[in-house]
Design a binder for this molecule. Sequence first.
Ligand SMILES: Cc1ncc(COP(=O)(O)O)c(C=O)c1O
Length: 399
Amino acid sequence: MTQTNAADIFHVEDHHTSGVYSKQPIIFVRGYGSTLWDIDGNAYLDCTSGHGAANLGHAHPRITEAVSLQAGKLITLCETYYNDQRAALLAKITSLIPELDRAFFCNSGTESVEAAIKFARLSTKRSQIVAAMRGFHGRTYGSLSATYNKKYRESFEPLVPGFSHVPFNSVEALENAVTEETAAVLLEPVQGEGGVYPASHAYLEAARRICTERGALLIIDEVQTGFGRTGKLFAVQHIGIVPDLLCAAKSLAGGLPMGVTLIGPSVKDLAPGVHGSTFGGNPLACAAVLAVLQVIEDEDLPGQAAAKGTYLIEKLCEIRSPLIREVRGLGLMVGIELRQKVAPFLKLLQERRILTLNAGMTVIRLLPPLIIEYEQIDFLVTALADVLSSTTTRLRDDE
Ligand SMILES: Cc1ncc(COP(=O)(O)O)c(C=O)c1O
């Protein structure tokens, strides 16, 4: 039975959900572009893109069409059989970074990282994985072991052995940590959950060099940064390094669950049975990705993210609030670090019908759809300036 009134929906979700999410009391029923509508018809500007899964915005007509068409033909087919959509996608996705000419399909970001960790251990016959402090790679055991923040980890120990964490952006720390036992170094090009910290070019170049010199593989986690978000199709393309394994998911299939691990020539021994996924590479998700990649190209979404990201960061820097410690980011992946906790500001923005994310306690994270309009960016910046200045005034009055 479908629940149609708000009270029933809240009641059923509150009583029967697992409980692992902290929920906002809004019921969204429809989306288009950068807008979400709640059950009462109120429009919200979505600066979360479904946690980065809707880079193309909601209900993009070309994705809707591709998915509807494929749903009527063939939804599921394990990779043990061949398929036209999957073949077309494999040809396309392995042309994006030509050195990465094989792909493993799965269903989420965490799975794409799990695959990369397994492939690195299998291929190098080594066990150690070096990851970064503040890094986030997912919540299943392998990716959780690579994730740094103890809030995600501590209730689930013992985690997978062999993982260590080094300070992000320190070449020296990486030099010291990578040894003959290291299977892989695993890094985000911009740390997302950890607070929106871009890696320096020198750091990623050094990571590439150190891995090559010591026979370790470089895994780059582009789950949040991929598919145009930072102003290039992949963030590593700002620098020109090629990892051995690249993980992607989130907006890959326009919001359908889909992940991919792209695989370079140093990765060996991927024989039948060493890994797999029932849903991985299903024709429905493959058709969606094909449409997504075409839209990204036709609408130059990386170019849009670069231009709009620069505009957004400029506008944010013009807000002269003593509460702002720093504005940072790359493309349309933007963090505003405050001198105090951000939760009340997220709530105030939500009251003004703007949805935003946090990254830790003190960073407001903006991941708007790449098709966001300039007027919508202005609306967001004006609202943020307002809520910051009214709080500053209130704090002064309280003194
Ligand atoms: C960099 C990064 N890697 C991995 C993940 C995990 O992705 P998923 O939630 O699809 O498992 C995330 C999710 O936020 C992420 O930001």
